[in-house]
Write a protein that binds this ligand. Structure first.
Ligand code: ATP
Length: 198
C-alpha cells in the first residue's frame, strides 16, 4: 500500500489541512493518509497548544466518514518532543512492505533541513510538498541533502490561506471561523470554549 503520513499540531484541524491531504491522496494515488498529531511539536515549543485529547477529538470529528483518512496516536503516546524520524521508523516497522510518503506544506520544507535526522527521513519516505496559499514549494531547500533514493514530489493544491493560529485568534476575538473548518469541529471549539479569551 501507499501510505501518506501527515504530521502537524492540528490545533485545530481546518480545511487547509484536509485539502492538503486530499490533494496528495489524489495526486500520489495514496491508499491511506494517516494524520499524526504531535504531542509537542519541536517547532512550536514556545506556543501553548490545546490538550492532546481535544486535538484528537477534533481530528476524529473532521475525518469521520472518510475511511482513507486515519488518525495515529503514535506521537501523542510517546514522551518528549515529537520527532518525525521516530514516527517514520515506527511505521517502517509496523508496515514494512508499504511505501511511505511524508506530506507537508511549503513552509515546512523550508525548515526541513533543520529537523532531526533529515537524511534519515529522506531514506524512509518520499517527501510530498504542497503549496501553501501562494507560497510555491521551494525544493532547493533540500539541495544539501541526498534525495536520489526518494526524489521529493511537489503537488499543487488550490491555494487556501487558512492557518490554525489565525483561526485561534479569530475565535479569541469572537469573530467568525465558519467555512474554514468542518462544522462539527467548529461546534466542538465553541462548546469546549477552546481558544476563548480567558
Ligand atoms: P499554525 O498556524 O498554528 O502554524 P497550521 O495551520 O500551519 O498551524 P499545522 O498543524 O502546524 O497547522 O500544519 C501541519 C502541516 O500542514 C504543515 O506542514 C503545514 O505546512 C501544512 N498546512 C497547514 N495549513 C495549510 C494550508 N492552508 N495550506 C497548505 N498547507 C498547510
Amino acid at each position: 500500500m501507499r501510505i501518506g503520513i501527515y504530521g502537524g499540531t492540528f490545533d485545530p484541524i481546518h480545511f487547509g489541512h484536509l485539502l492538503l491531504a486530499e490533494s496528495c491522496r489524489d495526486a500520489c494515488r495514496l491508499d491511506r493518509v494517516i494524520f499524526v498529531p504531535a504531542r509537542v511539536s519541536p517547532h512550536k515549543l514556545d506556543v501553548v497548544i490545546a490538550p492532546v485529547r481535544a486535538r484528537l477529538e477534533m481530528l476524529e470529528l473532521a475525518l469521520a466518514g472518510f475511511p482513507e483518512f486515519r488518525v495515529s496516536r503514535v506521537e501523542v503516546d510517546r514522551q518528549g518532543p515529537s520527532f518525525t524520524v521516530d514516527t517514520l521508523r515506527h511505521f517502517r516497522t509496523e508496515v514494512p512492505d508499504d511505501e511511505l510518503f511524508l506530506l507537508m506544506g511549503a513552509d515546512s520544507v523550508t525548515d526541513f533541513p533543520r529537523w532531526r535526522e533529515p537524511q534519515q527521513i529522506l531514506e524512509l519516505a518520499t517527501l510530498v510538498v504542497v503549496n501553501r496559499a501562494r507560497a510555491v514549494p521551494d525544493l532547493s531547500a533540500l539541495a544539501d541533502l541526498d534525495t536520489t533514493g526518494h526524489p521529493p514530489l511537489s503537488v499543487p493544491m488550490p491555494g487556501v490561506d487558512f492557518s490554525a493560529s489565525d483561526i485561534r485568534r479569530r475565535v479569541q476575538e469572537g469573530r467568525s471561523v465558519r467555512f474554514q473548518l468542518p462544522r462539527p469541529v467548529e461546534h466542538y471549539v465553541r462548546d469546549k470554549r477552546l481558544y476563548a479569551a480567558s
